[in-house]
Design a protein around this ligand. Sequence first.
Ligand code: SF4
Length: 176
Amino acid sequence: MSRPIIRIGVSACLMGEKVRYDGNHRRNSFVTDILAEHFELVPVCPEAELGMGVPRETVDLEGDVAAPKMIGTHSRKDWTASMNDWTRQKIEELASLNLCGFVMKKGSPSCGVHRVPVIQENREPLSEGRGLFAMAYMKTCPDVPVEDELRLEDPQVQKEFLARVYDLSSLSNNPS
Ligand code: SF4
């Protein structure tokens, strides 16, 4: 009997796709050499898919750490509403794929999971935020394990992440 397909979402730049603001990628060997062997990877690049362009202006998170705005670094263009709208639609689309995990790019104003800088009124960053896509995904899909590539360098974090991926996939394949 063939094994069921287990799908994991991945920030597309970690898969080697040249979608970063500077036209580069951040290929991550744990993703491309280990995860890709065992799982079907689903690449997502919120900024490129939203149509912000490649290359593009960098954006920053600003204001309320729990609900920050996404603002162009030099132009001051406010991307918040369009990113949040795109994110809602993308999460709905991803629901049909039953993702069992997500690996996100660290520090990104879209994909960052932990300690993403959010600029305060005094222009100082508070490193307590989360990227807009990552935040919405984790709120909407609280059972899906989400990690960033930096934390996944730790073998213990890898082990726990993979255990949660397999647990969720067995629940999805054998619903009670
Ligand atoms: S961190 Fe996220 S938004 Fe930025 S390039 Fe990678 S996938 Fe795209």
